[in-house]
Structure formats: C-alpha cells, structure tokens
Ligand binder design. Structure first.
Ligand code: SF4
Length: 396
C-alpha cells in the first residue's frame, strides 16, 4: 500500500469530512513521521509544555445494568467491584477541594448508571453548583440523557459532559448490546443543543481491527464541531470481564492513535486516560510528543487505578511541563506533597518512610475512585488501587 503524504491532508478545516480509508492510511504512515506531524500540529494550536489536569471521582460505583464487555462496574460480571451507594454531596465537594489543591482545574464526576433518574437530578445539580463555586470547571458522565436533563445540568453550572463513542460503529454490537452507537450520538446531540461542551473519545484494545480503530477516530473527527476533549483510553483488562483475555496491542499502535487524534482534531484537548498506569514513563512522554495534552491526574479513575498525583507530578516535572490554567507549577506541587507526607508521619507517630513508593493521597486516608473513562465515562479497576493502599509507610 502506498504511504500517504501527510502534507496532502493537513492543514484542514475542522469541518472536513474524514473517510475511514483516509484515517486508515494515516495509520500506515511511518511511525516517526506521523509523530512529527502530530507534534507540529500540536505546536500550532497549543503550548506543547502545557497539560490540562482533570480529576475524576466516581460518585456512584458498580452495579451498572449495562453490559459493556470491558467494564468491571457492570453488574453482569463478577469482578469484585461492589454496588456502592451514591456519594453524598458533601463528600463530592470535599474531594473537589482536594483536587483543586493538587492543581486540577477540572473536576469530573462519573456515575455507573445507564442514565440518571429524575430523583438523582436535585443532588447532581447542587453538587455541580458547589463544585463550580470553587472556581473549577465541572464535567459529568452520567450515561444516556433524557429530554431536558442536559439543560438542567447546564443550568446548574456543568461545563462539560462526557459521553464516549466507545468503539467504531461496525464493532459496537460486539462490545455492548444494551445500547446502540446511535444512542451515543443522540445523547451527544442533546448535550450540544443544551450548550454544553463535549468530552468524547473511545477505547483502544477491544479486539478491534486497525480499520475499526480508524473508524472510531473518523467518527470522532466527523462530529461537528469536534469534541473539546477527546479521551483516548487503552483497555485495562479486569479479571471477570469478557475482555480480560483481549489481544495485546503493541505500544506503538496506541501512540499512533494519539497522534492521529491530534492530526484529525487539531484544537481539541487529547487526553491520555485509562490505561496510563500500565504505560512506562517513556511511552507517556511519547504520547505527549504526539499531541496528548490532558490527563486524569492523581486519585483514581472510576474503578481502575491511576498514577497518584505524586507520580504524575514527578513525571510532568521531569518533562518540564506545566499545568494548564493553574497558578501552581509541578515543583510547587511536589513541595506541597512532600510537606503533606512529613505532616502525616508526625501526626501518626511514624519514624521512617519508604520514599520510592509514597502515595500522599493514601496518607490522607481518602480513596477516590475514577470514572469509567469508557462507555459512560466511568470505569477502571479498584483492585490495584486497594492493594496499593497498604505498605507505603512503615513504622519502625
Ligand atoms: S462503561 Fe459505564 S455504562 Fe458501561 S457498564 Fe461500565 S459504568 Fe456502566
């Protein structure tokens, strides 16, 4: 197959229509050329040193009636994720304050629902209004929206609604049978009509073909206007889910996907989402080079562990990056976290620390789960997070 010359495809208007074949050809571009072109486009539209930091909180974990085959929160699979109650508004707001103190500028709330019921709306509206009053951007991922719900959320102060396309239209029914690809498009239409910004991406590694990966990216890029945020998730395989044995994808394929998302949607924030915990630092750095400029930062994604803010801050500091829209820089954030540890040790009468594995978030005794980052925007596994809650500090 002939290699496509990228210069023939870019620059382009945001409303250009991308065929699956065109996107497939981008996948065939020599790897370093593709990354270089994505980096060039990134630099035309953003400060490449800036990274947008979102913190994701699962406000309702587990027990979901949907059958997303990648998700440990589905009630249909035995994954050890319990059906938990909806968090109280006070707890949600206190987690948001903590996220802000660690440099996050956007707070995302995810619920493992098919969609919100009317009885949930008053609490959601109050929580959104109070988080917004902290001066943060607010994002919600609550599943399929009924008529009028997007307007209610917008009125309460919601900025973004996350609703992922999950996978290519042709692959959709192999992954989820309880809803259709078009249901996603319908909810996205309601979100846009209500004047909300859109966070919409998908998941890579669901046994899809490269053509289907191209189909997902083309579907995202043909949304008009483009989603403001595009989370690209790498499947986190969780035991008990049907996709636990899914085929491994080479790391270069994930970086290619990030680079192509950047090329197709030049002014969107492309977010490294689920699966980042499993990526070596060098791979994450390559993703930033290829145009990723947003991450879920610290805490835990809905049910899969996410590198805590401390590890994230260390990596981003090493890469000389800075948080977008925050007064803090990573050197200051690291200093603050170190102080938190010292305070914790003093408070708990500990005498020594195992510094390589320190997780200040766990010290504070809070556990924030993350969002599916996938279907409804809410998933990832709790097991690793729970196991990592012990053994970081030792009393001697
Ligand atoms: S991805 Fe979202 S909608 Fe699907 S099972 Fe998980 S929590 Fe439910």
């Amino acid at each position: 197959m002939q290699k496509l010359k990228l210069t023939k495809l870019t620059p382009h208007k945001q409303t250009d229509y991308w065929t699956v074949c065109e996107v497939e050809k981008l996948f065939e571009t020599p790897f370093l050329e593709l990354v270089f072109e994505a980096a060039r486009i990134h630099r035309e539209n953003f400060d490449p040193r800036e990274v947008q930091l979102s913190t994701l909180l699962s406000i309702k974990t587990g027990g979901c009636p949907e059958d997303c085959t990648y998700c440990p929160q589905s009630a249909r699979y035995n994954t050890g994720v319990e059906n938990e109650a909806l968090l109280a508004k006070e707890e949600i707001v206190s987690k948001a304050k903590l996220a802000k103190a660690k440099g996050a500028t956007r707070f995302c709330m995810g619920a493992a629902w098919r969609g919100p019921k009317e009885r949930h709306m008053p609490m959601l509206r109050e929580a959104i209004a109070e988080v917004k009053a902290l001066g943060m951007e607010v994002c919600g991922t609550f599943g399929i929206l009924e008529e009028g719900q997007a307007e209610q959320l917008k009125e309460a102060g919601l900025d973004y609604y996350n609703h992922n396309l999950d996978t290519a239209p042709e692959h959709y029914e192999k992954i989820i049978t309880t809803r259709k690809f078009d249901d996603r498009i319908n909810t996205l239409g309601k979100v846009r009509n209500a004047g909300l910004k859109v966070c919409c991406g998908g998941i890579i590694g669901l046994n899809e073909s490269r053509k289907e990966r191209a189909g997902l990216l083309a579907s995202l890029a043909n949304l008009d206007p483009h989603p403001e945020s595009v989370p690209i998730n790498q499947l986190v395989k969780v035991e008990g889910t049907p996709l636990f044995e899914a085929e491994e994808l080479d790391w270069t394929e994930f970086v290619r996907t990030i680079a192509i998302a950047r090329i197709l949607m030049p002014t969107s924030h492309v977010r490294l989402s689920a699966g980042r915990q499993q990526m070596p630092e060098s791979m994450q750095a390559m993703c930033f080079m290829a145009g990723a400029n947003s991450i879920f930062y610290g805490e835990k994604l809905l049910t899969t562990s996410n590198p805590d803010a401390n590890f994230d801050a260390q990596l981003l500091y090493k890469l000389d990056m800075k948080p977008e829209g925050s007064e803090l820089d990573f050197a200051t954030i690291l200093e603050q976290q170190e102080q938190e540890m010292v305070d914790y040790v003093a408070e708990h009468g500990l005498q020594s620390l195992e510094t390589e594995t320190m997780h200040p978030a766990h010290f504070a005794g809070h556990e924030v789960s993350g969002g599916c980052g996938s279907g409804c925007g809410t998933s990832m596994a709790k097991q690793q997070a729970q196991s990592s809650d012990v053994g970081y500090y030792k009393a001697s």
